[in-house]
Ligand binder design. Structure first.
Ligand SMILES: [Zn+2]
Length: 650
């Protein structure tokens, strides 16, 4: 939006200018009666050169001192060679791959000085692009030197915590600028990082270690930004085979004590993923995994690595359920879907060009689909746990009345609109539904392909054809919606354009659940929680009755969500309130469950006392359907196509 310059605006300004400048200057004239001054808009000119696909002359050098674990201040020195004097624009990365939004943390850059031949040459930030810094390179300068700090969040209200006294997560876009006017893949860079003493650092880049300093292999700026670092005091590396490694850091060494039985499904995940796609687009791959409740959580895909943050207990509480074991399958799939194959308007030549998110129902939706399928095929999830996840996903989307006004495609803009901020009425506003609704849509596509081909083909064939081409190509291959439709038609002729239009572009009254019917299952509700709901209830420390009374509430009574148009909604409940008592007794999750259960039998309203700000209110909840939890139920005899989809290939 900041790069808009319209001809009509320029013309109207030019024509209107004389009138706008006509102002009275005679002080003796009494003031005119009250009127309305009307300025004319000034044209906004974008003077920053667009990126060109030409080689940048010379190699940038980047030195980062990331050894401060208490104040968490990173010190940066960056040298940028220059071939001529005059104006030069330096850009700080704004639009970040994988975040699908302008999320560069430029507010954490401080102390910036820029010198040439030892003389401070100053800088001026663009008023229309706060990520752009203009400098004037003096005659005779061969390079400019930037020195600044990146001030990591020291409290959660400043942003994600990326440094603790036991680990750090260095993303190179936070500690570097790049010259405007070039594709970032054409800008060479040599990088050196100093870490806290005794720590191990992991990244897809290889480097030479000397004490606490690592001199990384020379690369290009795009690859550098796509190669973040996890470093830690306590670490462990496990070889998962096929050039894939699991690089782990944790708050405590005991969190790293994965058994062979726990590692095996991770190895199988690699085998299953390679068997699915048939080709790979990396020479090596590093899962960066942090097991911590101190460093902020993350799940971010890269071409040759991924950043994965899970809570303590990933291995030590393995038997409690799948927990966050869906994260690694999801992020690994992204190496194919998202990094190698990328929507044509989401791919950008630099980090200034606006990313267009409208194909995220493929990029994230199909990744979500394969993440769960590969979770089941690898054994990270049992089949039962996978079916439970499907049930919870479909049931939650079914509660989203927002689908009646907001089509799925519009939710793809949510990373830019909402920036993942909490929402008051997410079932009405909708959120990043392209993930899970994309999953359901692709499940239905798989069922259609299997039905139409009499079981000969499935979405596996699409994955191989669409993502598994050009083995060994480490670049990016862009696609359009029509390319997706054409590949689907190549696998199994069908009205795929109509299928996608009805799921993606249209509003609807319920979540797409036809994939269950095609696969031999249906969504039903009962009064016991499935494994996915149990996981969620443990995580929020409360109960999830989104599908019945329409409420998610913590054990101490704080309301987490109220489903739009649900009985809870009609009783005037909202996020931010606290339920103090239920049927005259102090609120607890268990008491509330009991009240819901007995209301089903005696059909009497449930009495609540609710606190909002400093006010207390009595509320009568007229609701008698009891506890409602979703699960999938088999509809036919024998093996259905959904059963076949979840079977391992290796
Ligand atoms: Zn993703």
């Amino acid at each position: 939006m900041k790069r808009l310059l319209t001809l009509s605006l320029l013309l109207s300004t030019a024509l209107a200018a004389p009138a706008a400048q006509a102002q009275s200057t005679e002080s003796a004239t009494p003031p005119a009666p009250a009127t309305r001054s009307m300025p004319t808009a000034q044209p906004v000119l974008d003077t920053i050169s667009p990126a060109r696909d030409v080689a940048y002359p010379g190699m940038m050098t980047l030195e980062v001192d990331a050894s401060d674990t208490t104040q968490r201040i990173w010190h940066v020195k960056q040298t940028i060679p220059v071939s001529s004097s005059g104006p030069l624009t330096l850009l700080y990365p704004e639009w970040l791959p994988g975040k699908h939004a302008p999320r560069g943390q430029v507010e954490k850059v401080a102390g910036l000085t820029i010198t040439a031949n030892g003389v401070n040459i100053g800088w001026r930030r663009s008023a229309t692009d706060v990520y752009a810094f203009h400098v004037n390179v003096p005659e005779g300068a061969r390079e400019i030197v930037l020195e600044f700090q990146f001030l990591n969040a020291t409290a959660k209200n400043q942003g994600r915590i990326a440094v603790t006294d036991k680990m750090l997560n260095l993303q190179f876009e936070t500690v570097s600028f790049y010259p405007a006017g070039y594709y970032v893949r054409r800008i060479p860079v040599a990088t050196t990082v100093t870490y806290p003493q005794g720590w191990q650092a992991f990244t897809a880049l290889r480097g030479k270690v000397s004490g606490s300093t690592v001199r990384y292999e020379d690369t290009d700026y795009e690859t550098l930004v796509d190669s973040p670092v996890f470093a830690g005091k306590h670490s462990r590396v496990v070889d998962l085979g096929h050039d894939v490694k699991l690089d782990m850091v944790a708050d405590k060494p005991s969190e790293l004590a994965a058994t062979a039985e726990q590692i095996e499904p991770h190895k199988k995940l690699v085998r299953e993923t390679l068997a699915l796609f048939g080709a790979k687009h990396f020479d090596r791959y590093d899962f960066l995994l942090s097991i911590t409740d101190e460093m902020g959580s993350i799940g971010l895909e890269h071409h040759r690595s991924s950043e994965n943050g899970v809570d303590p207990g990933y291995f030590t509480k393995w038997k409690d359920g799948p927990g966050e074991r869906n994260l690694l399958p999801h992020e690994l799939v992204h190496s194919w879907n998202g990094k190698y194959r990328r929507p044509e308007l989401l791919w950008t030549p630099d980090y200034r060009t606006q990313m267009q998110d409208n194909l995220l129902w493929v990029y994230e939706g199909q990744t979500q689909f394969w993440g769960y399928v590969l979770g089941a095929r690898s054994g990270l999830y049992t089949k039962e746990q996978t079916l439970d996840a499907y049930a919870s996903i479909a049931a939650r989307l079914d509660t989203a009345k927002g689908r009646s006004w907001r089509p799925l495609i519009d939710t793809t803009h949510d990373p830019i609109i909402a920036r993942r901020m909490p929402k008051g009425w997410s079932s009405w506003q909708r959120a990043e539904d392209y993930y899970n609704e994309g999953l359901l849509m692709w499940l239905e596509a798989d069922g259609i392909i299997r039905r139409e081909s009499n079981g000969a083909k499935g979405l596996d064939d699409f994955a191989r054809a669409f993502f598994g081409m050009r083995d060994g190509d480490w670049g990016q291959l862009t696609y359009s919606r029509q390319d997706v439709i054409n590949t689907l038609n190549g696998i199994q002729p069908y009205d795929w354009a109509g299928f996608i239009a009805s799921h993606v572009d249209s509003t609807s009254s319920e979540a797409p659940k036809a994939g269950f019917a095609l696969g031999g299952y249906k969504l039903v509700y009962g009064d016991t929680a499935n494994s996915k709901t149990k996981d969620l209830e443990k995580r929020i420390g409360g109960i999830d009755q989104s599908y019945g009374i329409g409420l998610m509430v913590r054990n101490e009574g704080h309301i987490v969500s109220v489903i739009w148009d649900s009985p809870a909604f009609k009783a005037d409940l909202a996020v931010g309130m606290q339920i103090i008592a239920v049927n005259g007794v102090e609120f607890s999750g268990e008491n509330f469950k009991e009240a819901l259960t007995s209301a089903k039998l005696d059909k009497r309203p449930i009495d609540l006392i609710v606190k909002q700000d400093r006010n207390f209110r009595s509320i009568k909840l007229d609701y008698s359907l009891g506890l409602r939890y979703p699960r999938l139920e088999k509809t036919g005899e024998g093996e259905g196509s959904l059963d076949r989809l979840l079977q391992p290939k290796t």
